[in-house]
Design a binder for this molecule. Structure first.
Ligand code: SF4
Ligand code: SF4
Length: 322
């Protein structure tokens, strides 16, 4: 579908009608059925987001497709910053916005065949960092177990590549000569968006649960302190309840220790495998273009605050410029 046809079809669906039939004994029969027509309240940002490919790749410079759409609507970002949408994506946005069709801004990446992530399962150490980075939950696996990518769900965003401490994720092109919207369907975009939304909702639930647990622990400690102060003999110092808490109760310290241990295991395993001549292969002959994309993805993750200190401290990753 060309951009003009797409735009007119989009406009045709913009108006949503809803019919409500009201039945009330006190209302005269002639008016007992009323038709209410409502105009869709879709904002410009929502209509722009509908036209984005929903790869959630952050290449546009924003943390996901939705914030980029909001920035375009607010006049803060140009409409040619989405490499996965390619030239056709820019044309769609131009048609919606009533602006000229302009070339893709390649400082955000080039239009390319769509890749999917493939994990070298012999090298994977099961650190889960790629799972945490995947914006559409396309990676499955458990801690210390080999991980794998569900190819049908992968949007080709590259975001799982930089965090992998053993460089065992390769991006493999799967659409031949087809690029942009020729390599990605509206159904795939809708599915990726739904998965991204579900992921955000899950992360928010997990954040709220963690906060509730931390508050409960803090309240328990405060209650213990009060109890200790009340039971102290006059003239004797109150027992410090905090001292009875083992350091391992600090969830942040626990998390840091787990990540540190995983990185240490990864480093050792990488060393051992390199000695045996069986180190990661997909990093040996990476083309300059792919390496540049990986570096860009990593720098973007840092700028957006999506990379944590654990990743930054990785000896092979931490020294790359942001
Ligand atoms: S598997 Fe990797 S490349 Fe594929 S969507 Fe997830 S993070 Fe992106
Ligand atoms: S980041 Fe790499 S090593 Fe860690 S689970 Fe993913 S593929 Fe395996």
């Amino acid at each position: 579908m060309d951009a003009e046809a797409f735009s007119s079809q989009f406009e045709a669906h913009r108006v949503i009608t809803a019919t409500f039939f009201a039945h009330a004994a006190t209302v005269p029969k002639a008016s007992s059925q009323s038709l209410v027509t409502a105009i869709s309240p879709k904002t410009l940002a929502a209509r722009i987001e509908d036209l984005l490919p929903q790869t959630q790749c952050t290449k546009c410079g924003y943390p996901a497709c939705r914030p980029y759409a909001e920035a375009i609507a607010a006049g803060e970002a140009n409409y040619n910053q989405c490499p996965p949408g390619g030239a056709q994506g820019v044309a769609r946005l131009a048609a919606l916005l009533g602006k000229p069709d302009i070339p893709l801004d390649t400082t955000h990446g080039v239009e390319r065949a769509r890749p999917v992530a493939v994990i070298d399962e012999n090298v994977c150490i099961g650190c889960t960092l790629c799972m945490q980075a995947c914006p559409v939950d396309a990676i499955v696996g458990a801690a210390k177990q080999m991980h794998t990518v569900i190819a049908e769900l992968c949007t080709g965003c590259d975001l799982c590549v930089p965090p992998c401490p053993v460089d065992c994720i390769a991006m493999v092109p799967v659409t031949g000569e087809r690029t942009g919207w020729d390599a990605w369907s509206q159904d795939e975009a809708d599915a990726a968006r739904a998965r991204h939304d579900r992921r955000l909702a899950r992360l928010e639930r997990e954040r709220a649960a963690a906060e509730a647990r931390a508050n409960a622990r803090q309240a328990a400690r405060a209650a213990q302190s009060t109890q200790a102060a009340q039971s102290a003999q006059p003239g004797q110092p109150a027992q410090k309840a905090e001292q009875t808490q083992p350091a391992s109760d600090d969830p942040e310290a626990k998390k840091r220790a787990i990540i540190q241990a995983a990185l240490e295991r990864a480093r050792k395993k990488k060393e051992e495998m390199t000695k045996l001549g069986a180190g990661p292969k997909n990093t040996d002959h990476v083309s300059a273009a792919v390496q540049a994309q990986i570096d860009e993805a990593e720098a973007r993750r840092r700028r957006l605050g999506l990379a944590d200190d654990a990743n930054a401290s990785h000896p092979d990753k931490g020294d790359k410029p942001a």
